[in-house]
Design a protein around this ligand. Structure first.
Ligand SMILES: [Zn+2]
Length: 337
């Protein structure tokens, strides 16, 4: 089943096999998927939660911490797995709180071979450590899913407004992204990470919120509610009450970089609507008063991500601007509060 083709006949679900484990309809379990060993022969397992509903339906994969320093997704999945309404789930939920368990142990974004799992899909059986792990995950988990949500934060020293990145041209994707109700949807043809699934015709959302090494309450709440709304739109669960919000959809985003080095002081908060020519940040000499640089907005837009490290080098990314004439209003923040 792909895209919008949600089964409405509510047939009885079939057994699902992951690794050596067969999961029966109506069963909920946690399994450890074995992964390539470390150089010390230490066995590693990726914890995977499967809730396999009695009734046939979509198979939603939700995974987090593909970068081991990104914690928000772990908290979102923890909250999701505690939701009572999963007891009457239609279809299947596969939840992987830490898909990069190696990175989580060392708070690293990479794998033991120093490669980024995010850029290693679909992987290969004879490739690098990262490629082999990606191949294993593709065969055991990803190919079972009809829909995916991959949770990220901003990069190190960057904080992101809760937003979705996806390719809206893939059938079923717009419905998922709209149902999620993030602040902003970035319509992209990126194939990085699990978004390569898009090319296989699997609607996949990349949800990005907050920053590494931090739990962001707003980003966690928006992510949790968003996933449940997506599940509702796929008729996997029934939510009480309805909310409606039209996200801002943008086709491009742009990093504004530091014109010089020094101490950076931001004047605009995350999600702020800014006008062309507005002052966004000052960068000044930390040891005196000889130099001062300023960053102005080249066009109207919303601040999607910004730097959080006050000390910056020339060329560092400071503000990621989502060019749009729409504004983030106080009501929108209330909606996501
Ligand atoms: Zn990430």
């Amino acid at each position: 089943m792909k895209g919008d083709q949600v089964c409405s006949a509510y047939m009885k679900n079939k057994p699902l096999t992951i690794g050596n484990t067969q999961i029966q309809p109506g069963e909920r379990l946690t399994l450890g998927l074995p992964t390539p060993e470390l150089s010390t022969y230490t066995a590693m397992h990726i914890p995977i939660h499967v809730i396999h509903g009695k009734r046939e339906g979509p198979c939603l994969l939700v995974c987090a911490a593909i970068h081991g320093d990104e914690m928000n997704g772990i908290a979102i999945i923890h909250k999701l797995l505690s939701a009572q309404l999963l007891k009457s789930l239609r279809g299947t939920l596969i939840a992987v709180p830490a898909i990069n368990v190696y990175g989580l142990m060392t708070l690293s974004r990479n794998l033991p071979d120093r490669r980024d799992l995010d850029g290693s899909f679909p992987g290969s059986v004879s490739g690098s450590f990262a490629a082999r792990l990606a191949h294993h995950l593709t065969n055991e988990i990803l190919c079972k899913a009809t829909h995916c949500i991959d949770i990220h934060t901003g990069d190190p020293y960057q904080r992101s407004l809760p937003h979705i990145q996806t390719n809206l041209k893939i059938p079923g994707t717009e419905k998922m992204a709209t149902a999620f109700q993030p602040f902003v949807i970035v319509d992209t043809t990126s194939e990085r990470g699990l978004l390569w699934q898009n090319n296989r015709g699997i609607p996949t959302l990349c949800y990005q919120a907050g920053e590494p090494m931090r739990l962001d309450d707003g980003g966690i709440r928006t992510g949790y509610k968003g996933i449940l709304r997506v599940m509702q739109s796929l008729e996997m669960v029934k939510l009480k009450g309805k909310s409606h919000y039209d996200p801002v959809v943008i086709q491009s985003k742009k990093w504004l970089r530091a014109p010089g080095s020094g101490l950076c002081q931001m004047f605009k908060r995350l999600g702020a609507s800014v006008q062309k020519g507005e002052l966004l940040a000052d960068i000044y000499d930390p040891f005196g008063t000889s130099q001062k640089f300023q960053i102005y907005s080249p066009q109207q837009g919303i601040i999607l991500t910004h730097n959080t490290l006050p000390l910056v080098n020339e060329g560092d990314p400071i503000v990621e601007l989502a060019p749009t004439e729409e504004e983030v209003t106080p009501e929108m923040w209330e909606h996501h509060g």
